[in-house]
Ligand binder design. Structure first.
Ligand code: NDP
Length: 340
């Protein structure tokens, strides 16, 4: 029996595939092109990984051929594919439609071709689906596994970041609506993983380039500062390590306790200064070459735009999350290694 991982070439998905292969699962990954599929197959070099091409998840039927061909093999589906970038002004075409249709499309394909063989489905959503970006910033605002971003496709005055966040809310909502409407005709149980900013090393050193994936680029941007720059004290958000996010995806389809749950993957707040101080303290090579150590005053004074209480998730998972220091250190060590 196989696990289907959509968007297997992505930053998070590569760690998920790696964790699955280490647990001896057979994995079918999807990539947007044959070249990307071949590259991933070569990197993993595992007989238990095969790849299928899904060039654009905006097409609601994008996954039909996979289920036509492999319906009897696929027992678990992990849908991670979704655009995560801010390089667009056409929010509908580049963010909302692929996010929503990708999620709805794969669920519809399961309903059409594998309603009684797929047992668990995990959708990678985001903390962005839980936050209310119209709320005034306040450390007293606490979001939980029950919170929902009120934005929708019609919400006006968006920028690309807000539009991405909205795309995640729309997609997750579509998943729950489809699931609740079709539950009686389907075997599978739905679980959702909602990560915050995901940091940590690329699975393969060869993925390190001048610009990293959207979330790790936050760390890379600090490395691109000069000693004259001042890092921002404002709390940027919350972080989680990519290896923890991968592990949560495995728990999300193997544990009974994760059925119909949202797993809010978060291990604490950070600012640019928090990241800069870790790098300055742990990497003498960078000291004096990037923005200097500074007092992390907003964090110290409990000034944050919001907070997150994910105690329910922590209780369900029952294991410790990776620290920010380790996550930043491992990310930076890999960048350093590849810059030589
Ligand atoms: P990546 O950009 O590395 O991965 C996204 C994956 O989705 C890639 O494989 C990408 O393919 C694929 N994809 C994007 N658009 C399409 C499309 N239209 N058709 C087919 N495939 C597509 O991002 P991450 O690994 O960081 O993100 C993975 C998931 O986790 C996403 O759903 C994201 O929203 C979510 N997430 C990420 C967080 C983070 O901090 N990293 C935080 C919260 C949620 P290609 O590379 O070829 O474009």
């Amino acid at each position: 029996m196989s696990v289907l991982v959509t968007g297997a070439t992505g930053f998070i998905a590569q760690h998920i595939v790696d964790a699955l292969l280490k647990e001896n699962y057979n994995v079918i990954g999807t990539a947007r092109s044959q070249a990307k599929a071949d590259n991933l197959l070569a990197s993993f070099n595992s007989p238990n990984l095969s790849m299928e091409i899904v060039s654009d998840i905006s097409d609601l039927n994008a996954f039909d051929d996979i289920f036509k061909a492999h319906a009897n093999k696929i027992k678990y589906v992990l849908h991670t594919a979704s655009p995560f970038h801010f390089n667009t002004t056409d929010y509908s075409k580049d963010l909302f439609i692929p996010a929503k249709n990708g999620t709805l499309g794969i669920l519809q394909s399961i309903k059409k071709y594998a309603p009684q063989t797929v047992e668990r489905v995990v959708v990678t959503s985001s903390q962005a689906a839980t936050l209310d970006f119209t709320a005034p910033p306040s450390s007293k605002t606490v979001y939980t596994e029950k919170s929902w971003n009120p934005a929708n496709e019609e919400t006006k005055q968006m920028n690309a970041i807000m539009a991405y966040c909205t795309s995640k809310k729309i997609a997750e909502k579509a998943a729950w609506d489809f699931y609740n409407e079709n539950k009686s005709q389907l075997k599978f149980k739905l679980s959702i993983v909602n990560p915050v900013f995901v940091f940590g090393p690329q699975l393969f050193d060869s993925s390190v380039s001048a610009t990293l994936n959207t979330s790790c680029e936050v760390i890379n941007q600090v490395l691109k500062t000069t000693p004259k720059d001042q890092l921002k004290k404002d709390v940027m958000g919350e972080f989680i390590d990519v290896r923890d996010v991968a592990r949560a995806h495995l728990d999300a389809f193997t544990k009974e306790e994760t059925i119909e749950k949202r797993l809010l993957m978060n291990n604490g707040l950070f600012s640019e200064i928090t990241i800069g101080n870790i790098i300055n303290n742990d990497f003498p090579q960078y000291k004096g070459k990037i923005a200097p150590v500074a007092d992390d005053t907003d964090l110290q004074n409990d000034i944050a735009p919001y907070k997150c209480d994910n105690s329910v998730t922590k209780q369900i998972l029952g294991w410790e999350f990776t620290s920010l220091q380790k996550s930043v250190d491992d990310t930076v060590a890999q960048i350093l290694k590849m810059s030589k």
